[in-house]
Design a protein around this ligand. Structure first.
Ligand SMILES: Nc1ncnc2c1ncn2[C@@H]1O[C@H](COP(=O)(O)OP(=O)(O)O)[C@@H](O)[C@H]1O
Ligand SMILES: [Mg+2]
Length: 257
């Protein structure tokens, strides 16, 4: 069960490959190492569970103790629950009926000992199917949502869906992370804008949602994901860490803790 004092934050983003899991992983790691908070992660991406690999713990299993499931320990104060830990052959497609999504979600919320956690960060699925809906029903409260997007036109409608979904469920939107917004030229060091910017900003102004930060495309993020070492651990002196701090500070400011 999740205690009343634990803050639950959803990471939303209706476009696959936008960087939701990567950003959630780094924010979680940042909270655990820089703010000394106890963080639990619920990976709701049952079909392509990437978080075990991102944290380099994909060869581990979730155990059972006193009839409770035990999430996998990443750090002494960072724990991950993922369906990926239950897959025996990871190359096989994951095929689940709605009722199975519902059962797994109920177990992740009710059958894990989440006592003593300061925050639970949820990698919310890209679709609003039985898993996500069950999660919303089972959680007693959701403190906020962070939406991850790019400002490519085709992504905007997906982002708008995430905003409306949060509003419909009375989930306060902490802000939007604009990911892969630009690229620093390795030769001249100038920043190259990858998308036109105005469309995202005008969409967000309609809903009074703010951009928390713009994270550039950085090859080291790919490298860290492939190595299974969180970026902020592997590249401690990167300028990007400032962005993770901005997101973290805003979460703390809005939610407390
Ligand atoms: N800012 C970035 N710069 C470079 N690569 C990134 C960035 N953000 C994410 N990626 C990479 O993009 C890919 C998709 O990211 P992922 O977090 O899995 O997306 P999602 O969870 O939204 O499907 C991953 O390989 C990740 O390493
Ligand atoms: Mg993902």
């Amino acid at each position: 069960m999740i205690e009343e004092k634990t803050s639950v934050i959803l990471f939303l983003g209706n476009k696959g490959g936008i960087g939701k899991s990567t950003i959630l992983a780094n924010i979680s790691y940042f909270f655990a190492t820089h703010y000394n908070k106890k963080i639990g992660i619920i990976d709701m991406d049952f079909y392509n569970p990437d978080l075990p690999s991102i944290f380099g713990v994909d060869n581990r299993k979730m155990g059972i103790q006193n009839k409770k499931m035990i999430p996998v320990k990443v750090l002494s104060n960072l724990f991950l629950a993922s369906y990926g830990f239950f897959l025996t052959d990871k190359k096989l497609p994951v095929i689940l009926r709605g009722f199975q999504e519902k059962i797994i979600t109920e177990q992740f919320v009710n059958d894990i000992d989440w006592n003593g956690f300061d925050y639970i960060f949820v990698d919310f699925p890209v679709s609003f199917s039985d898993g996500g809906l069950t999660l919303i029903e089972k959680l007693k409260k959701i403190d906020g949502a962070v939406i991850v997007t790019s400002s490519q036109d085709i992504t905007l409608i997906d982002t708008e869906r995430s905003i409306i979904f949060a509003n419909q469920n009375s989930i306060p939107i902490i802000g939007v992370v604009e990911n892969m917004s630009s690229l620093v030229c390795p030769i001249c060091k100038n920043s190259i804008e990858l998308y036109k910017r105005e469309s995202l900003e005008s969409l967000l102004s309609i809903y009074k949602v703010k951009i928390l930060c713009k994270i550039p495309f950085d090859r080291n993020l790919l490298v860290s994901v492939d190595m299974g070492i969180p970026f902020i651990e592997k590249f401690k002196n990167s300028e990007l860490i400032e962005h993770f701090k901005t997101i973290g500070d805003e979460i703390v400011k809005r939610i407390g803790g």
